[in-house]
Write a protein that binds this ligand. Structure first.
Ligand code: B12
Ligand code: SF4
Length: 475
């Protein structure tokens, strides 16, 4: 009998002493977004295909208390507990792993996710974390579980970190995924699909789909690797069909950073959706760059049932974005948004504040641009130098302070904010400007009147008001 693998999406309560972790969790726990843990659903599917019994507990979506989570784990009787983390969620996930290690000391736990690529040694100083998987796990996880089951040498498994007595061992990285060909659809049958949606979803329940890995651009503040692994149109549409027919899903959010990067593929996906009549059964949303669409493509997306396009605009100053290698012209933004506004689709704009050398005047111009472009929704966030980005490497070299390393080691003081870029505006001023931006954008008679015109019920009205203020979390 093969070992039972239990994947756990932790309930996201702010629980550790880092300002960063707390801020993220405070926003996250407002639950503007409850969407499925895709990395885990993919890995569960892969392991099940290899004959392992698998289960997923989504403690976040199900809002489980500590006691409930423990009870559920006992009920599953697993051999392994598997967790996933980004840097943003690391201290919270590590906090849960500590609680669960105390409760289940004999069950080996495994931590995967984007965070492990950055500070694997520091991550393993948390003694309650047994093994980490570093980078892609498509081949590493099956290899790791088989090695443990056979009591073989962990040193022979690529892409992991573990403790050998007191010594921390990090093995060489496994091969990067080069093709999506043999990857099964995520195991949505193990997820509470009916619980997933976002506050601005136009249809419910929702899900996420990924159709590519990596991005060919190289913006200095972004950690998306420069690689391009794309799924074929037919395979994407088969998964949409499964979502609709098997799980009753009505909204699919494509979370690829630049869904339309291959315009030919986008036309193919849209044509297949229309041909199969899927546009009558679900809506979808995409994220892309304004310079990766044409007017013809926008019309096609509308015809195929796209409900919203999310555009990363970031700033009204081309000069500021150019410094961070964003290289996106405002002209292309104006065109793409106006084409979208001519259709039934909504347009969502992402903006950031806190660019190096940015001034309050620059920020005001950005807010004016968001209003002028007439977006349906906007999100303003503080530019955060994430680990593994050029922006962070430069800041670390300049200041000699490796914030994320200290964060991983849990050495950040209670009220120490994460470093912003070397812009002259303080954290507090940026926070104030973010509030100012939301107020200016959402509390406008024109916008309120336009929205009210389309309201059909009081419930819809309440949802609209809530969504306008919770949209800050939809990132
Ligand atoms: C979809 C998505 C979401 C979804 C689903 C999240 C989820 N847990 O699956 C939602 C909308 C809920 C979400 C939320 C958030 N996200 Co998000 N998200 C993504 C996105 C676009 C795709 C992730 C994905 O599904 N990829 C496909 C799967 C197959 O790949 P993967 O997740 O990388 O998993 C592989 C490996 O990492 C590893 N792995 C992953 N988990 C596990 C677990 C185990 C046990 C093992 C062994 C291996 C393993 O194996 C997988 C296969 O190789 C990424 C960007 C990107 N392109 O990767 C951002 C990204 C991961 N998110 C990010 C952030 C910041 C967040 C939030 C904190 C946002 C917020 N302010 O609230 C929250 C945190 C929520 C949480 N609980 O983790 C950042 C993380 C940056 C960082 N360094 O911290 C990213 C990188 C985007 C970015 N560049 O800013 N996100
Ligand atoms: S910000 Fe968007 S366009 Fe720029 S590198 Fe990241 S994913 Fe690509």
């Amino acid at each position: 009998m093969k070992s039972k693998l239990l994947f756990i999406q932790c309930p996201m309560l702010p629980m550790e002493n880092s300002q960063y972790s707390k801020n993220i969790m405070k926003r996250y726990s407002k639950k503007g977004v409850i969407l499925p843990p895709m990395g885990m659903a993919y890995l569960a599917s892969i392991m099940r295909d290899k004959g392992y019994p698998v289960a997923i507990i989504d403690g976040y979506a199900e809002n489980l208390s500590k006691e409930e989570l423990i009870k559920r784990i006992k009920g599953e009787n697993p051999s392994f507990l598997l967790f996933s983390t980004s840097t943003a969620t690391f201290l919270t996930v590590a906090g849960w792993m500590k609680i669960l290690k105390k409760e289940f000391p004999d069950i080996t736990n495994i931590l995967g996710g984007s965070h492990n690529l950055t500070y694997p040694k520091e991550t393993l100083t948390h003694k309650h974390i047994d093994i980490i998987v570093i980078g892609d796990a498509w081949e590493t996880l099956p290899d790791l579980i088989k090695t443990i089951e056979n009591d073989d040498d962990l040193n022979n498994v690529n892409g992991i970190g573990f403790r050998d007595n007191e010594k921390i061992i990090i093995t060489p990285l496994a091969k990067e995924m080069k093709s999506w060909e043999n990857i099964p659809f995520p195991a949505r049958d193990l997820l509470p699909n009916n619980l997933y949606s976002t506050i601005i979803s136009t249809q419910r329940p929702s899900t996420i789909m990924m159709t590519a890995m990596g991005c060919p651009f190289s913006c200095a503040y972004c950690d998306t690797p420069i690689r391009a692994v794309y799924r074929k149109a037919g395979n994407i549409v088969d998964e949409i069909e499964e979502c609709v027919a098997r799980y009753g899903i009505k909204e699919i959010n494509f979370y690829d950073e630049t869904f339309t990067i291959n315009q030919q593929r986008t036309f193919e996906v849209c044509d297949a959706i229309i041909k199969k009549g899927l546009n009558k059964k679900m809506v979808f949303t995409i994220r892309t760059r304004a310079d990766c669409v044409s007017e013809e493509l926008i019309k096609k997306l509308d015809e195929a049932g796209c409900a919203r396009i999310n555009f990363g605009v970031e700033s009204a100053s081309e000069e500021l974005t150019k410094k961070l290698k964003r290289n996106l012209s405002l002209d292309s933004v104006r065109k793409a948004v106006s084409w979208t506004k001519k259709t039934k689709m909504q347009a969502f704009g992402f903006f950031m504040m806190g660019f190096p050398d940015e001034t309050i005047e620059d920020i005001k111009k950005t807010v004016n641009l968001a209003i002028e472009l007439d977006f349906d929704y906007v999100q303003f966030t503080k530019l955060t130098p994430l680990p593994n980005t050029q922006l962070y490497f430069d800041l670390r070299d300049e200041t000699g302070y490796d914030y994320w390393k200290e964060y991983t080691l849990k050495k950040i003081a209670e009220n120490e904010s994460f470093k912003v870029t070397n812009c002259q505006i303080t954290h507090e001023e940026i926070d104030k400007m973010i509030k100012y931006a939301y107020n200016r954008f959402y509390i406008r008679p024109r916008l309120i009147f336009k929205r009210l015109k389309n309201i059909k019920s009081f419930t819809e009205f309440k949802e609209l008001v809530a969504s306008a203020f919770a949209v800050a979390d939809v990132g």
